[in-house]
Design a protein around this ligand. Structure first.
Ligand SMILES: Cc1cc2nc3c(=O)[nH]c(=O)nc-3n(C[C@H](O)[C@H](O)[C@H](O)COP(=O)(O)O)c2cc1C
Length: 392
């Protein structure tokens, strides 16, 4: 369904003392009836593909039982990410792993996705980083694409009309090297039919602050969020970086600056060494680690962030099967993005929509909302909201 603008007023919270806004869940019948099928062995599918066999190292994958369903139970998977961005279901595709959606339209039922986050978009075209740009790692991959993209004007010219005809909302991932960059890109996207929302990729060097990433500094993160908020009425998601000692003050600052939702996480900074051991492997030396290897880190961040903000948190990191989706919902995510696993199996995200519906039916649920936050501390101001749990 197309995103509709409306004011969100719902505020419910199970945990005493914390007015946490839950995503509004509404009863809608899915346009396409979910197909009930047995949970596939994604590990097998992944390991047979070279590009993302990186995702094949799983430690936690327990064999899935066949799902016993009650087909007569109609399951509501819709989720409200704020400012009227209401998704038909909570399964999104992550920026940089699904192109502009059009590339997959022949092989994937893209209209059945919750939303598409397109490749990072900058003011001017970028040719990206020197090659090699990608390498596999145990349980993941490192990439240093360097935000290769044709620039915002070309993105609008080439894709917006197609997106406007789609029912799946397209969220444009925006990157820049200064506040002015971000604001200008967003201004150009404002009011363009087919653009349902903005996801700010703030893991970019801030040239005004000598190359310091916006995402690692609460003031810089809040500054760019507030500036973009002033420039647009579009739903605004801001993407957190895991490359910080404590993400909570940054998440709070971004929420206070007017973000409608947070997405977490972007990739973890890493490097690889070439087989000759004479130099770093990636042309850019540094890359971003993604895939199942980062899931525990992403889970921890979603767990911490969802305790300190009252806007929806969309989880990203190493999702390869339904169990991962359920884990993220348990630690407070309102929705989930699938990234690296798409390289192995582009049909995975749509399958997860069906599997989530089937899981709700198996549990006798008419909506997935009760699955959210079950693993969060029951009392407010738990140690995890103060960051004192991990003592190596
Ligand atoms: C090849 C590649 C390109 C990416 N490009 C972007 C990007 O342009 N903007 C962005 O915010 N995140 C980008 N990401 C990060 C992903 O959106 C996601 O946050 C990260 O990969 C973690 O999720 P995953 O483990 O499911 O892949 C990229 C990731 C990969 C693997």
């Amino acid at each position: 369904m197309k995103a509709k603008r409306r004011v969100v007023t719902s505020a419910t919270g199970e945990r005493p003392g914390l007015a946490k806004r839950r995503p509004t869940v509404r009863r809608i019948k899915p346009a396409i009836a979910p197909v009930v099928r047995r949970a596939p062995d994604i590990r097998g599918a992944v390991s047979s593909n070279s590009a993302a066999s990186a995702t094949s190292t799983r430690i936690s994958a327990a064999p899935q039982k066949p799902v016993a369903t009650a087909p007569d139970v109609d399951v509501d998977l819709s989720v409200d990410l704020g400012r009227g961005l209401v998704l038909a279901n909570p399964i999104l595709v992550a920026s940089g792993t699904f192109g502009y959606g059009t590339e997959y339209a022949d092989v994937v039922e893209v209209q059945r996705l919750g939303a598409i986050c397109c490749k990072g978009t900058t003011l001017r075209p970028r040719i990206g980083n020197p090659t090699p740009r990608v390498t596999e790692t145990p349980g993941g991959m490192l990439n240093s694409i360097g935000l290769q993209n044709p620039g915002v004007d070309a993105v609008i010219a080439k894709y917006a009309e197609t997106w406007a005809g789609w029912q799946v909302p397209v969220i444009v991932n925006v990157a820049g090297e200064s506040v002015a960059d971000y604001v200008e890109v967003v201004r150009r996207l404002e009011g363009v039919p087919g653009i349902a929302g903005i996801e700010l990729n703030i893991s970019c060097p801030n040239v005004g602050k000598g190359g310091l990433q916006f995402a690692i500094d609460a003031d810089a993160a809040a500054g760019v969020t507030a500036a973009v908020r002033r420039a647009t009425d579009l739903p605004l998601l801001v993407k957190l970086s895991p490359n910080v000692a404590d993400v909570r003050p940054i998440a709070r600052a971004i929420a206070d600056a007017g973000a409608d939702a947070l997405t977490a996480i972007n990739t973890l900074s890493g490097i690889a060494v070439s087989p000759s051991r004479l130099r770093p492997l990636l042309g850019n030396t540094y890359g971003g680690l993604s895939g199942p290897a980062i899931k525990p880190v992403a889970l921890r961040i979603v767990y911490e962030v969802s305790q300190v903000v009252d806007i929806p948190v969309v989880a990203i990191g190493g999702v390869t099967e339904l169990a991962d989706v359920l884990d993220y919902l348990a630690v407070g995510a309102a929705a989930v993005q699938v990234g690296t696993a798409i390289f192995a199996d582009p049909t995975l995200p749509v399958r997860l929509v069906d599997e989530l519906a089937a899981e709700c039916r198996r549990r006798g649920l008419t909506s997935f909302a009760p699955l959210i936050g079950t693993a969060l501390p029951k009392r407010a101001a738990a140690p995890s909201s103060k960051g004192v749990e991990y003592r190596p």
